[in-house]
Design a protein around this ligand. Sequence first.
Ligand code: SF4
Ligand code: SF4
Length: 396
Amino acid sequence: MKENLKEHIDEILKSCIHCGMCLPACPTYQVTGNEGYSPRGRIYTIANQDTLINQKQIFDYLDTCLSCSACETVCPSAVQYQNIIDYARYDLKLSRKNKGLWAFVRKYIFANFLTDRSKLTKLKNLLANFDWLSNIAGLVFPKIKLLNKLKPNLKAPYKSIDIGRRFRSTASVNKSKTVALMLGCVMDTFYNQVHHDSIKLLNACGYDVLIPNLDCCGALACHSGEFDLGLKQRHDFVAKAKALKIPLVVNSAGCGAFLKEQNDIEVLDIIELISDPIYDIWHHLPKQDLQIVYHPACHLNHKQGLSSKYLQLLERFFKVDTSSLNADTCCGSAGIYNILEPDMAFKIGEKKAMELSVFESCIVASANPGCINQLQAHLGSAYEVVHPISLLANLL
Ligand code: SF4
Ligand code: SF4
């Protein structure tokens, strides 16, 4: 299996014509100006890893890729860059992360915490109530210090949603259509209100909503070099999702993009269900006197092509300013990249916050939990970063 994969990756590597059109689109190239931190530079590094001497530099070039896919969108040769970088990180020749204490902790976190919402919630509560814990953790693992800057609103009320519960719609459209809402791990633990808002909107559009018993989809592990674990998580997830025999709805851009890649289960981002103009819930609602800025999550924008659907629906009810925003650029969150690669994530987050701060609006909408967290951390408490679904649900 690994040999076949290697041949496949070699074919993709050959499809790069070295034109360099991807360089200006790459957030890590934008903040460093160094070609090694660009898509073309990383492709060169992967293709020539055996002859390059500075292993530490190789690791750094590859580890700092955000997997944002901005390069894929602009590439005239349709290079499947994501496949290359995922494989390269997995390849043992390039990974020093399977050694040492940090590697052990990292593997444990991916295998246990991210697949278990209750453990993640306990960790969140611990961090919320005992600030000193993250300080001590920071002494042992310096990278964790960054958690203090990136902490989401840990004390936000959490209203748990029972697994197996069905929320029935009383709307007259779409009668008898049932969808399963994926709770996920990070979204449910840190931004659980988005799920309540999603249920409200889906019910208003006539969908019954079932809460399925599903764990982590494996996206975080796969994109972070824990390929074996990520694929196992994905396999288990897909088997359970298929058994439901109803469409799966997601409100997290990263999970949606990852689950749609193989086309083996019916997965829809929530905007694909609720944005249809046939739903009369939208017709009678007046436009609000509220200015917002919309930041498209990379995995909606570059992977699913759905950011314009969010923008169109938001523009019907809010004053949305997008002028002068470099909207296609990643905010530096990229799953848990801002914890694993805090220095580069910080530079990219500061640049994005500067771009956003020229707008009058203090409300920023973004449809991914990682983006909400990163943008809030860099914009500060004068701003409110929310999921577009929450803005829309508040209209009802
Ligand atoms: S745009 Fe595509 S073909 Fe051109 S250098 Fe970048 S990856 Fe290679
Ligand atoms: S995925 Fe994003 S960060 Fe990585 S090389 Fe492409 S544009 Fe740059």
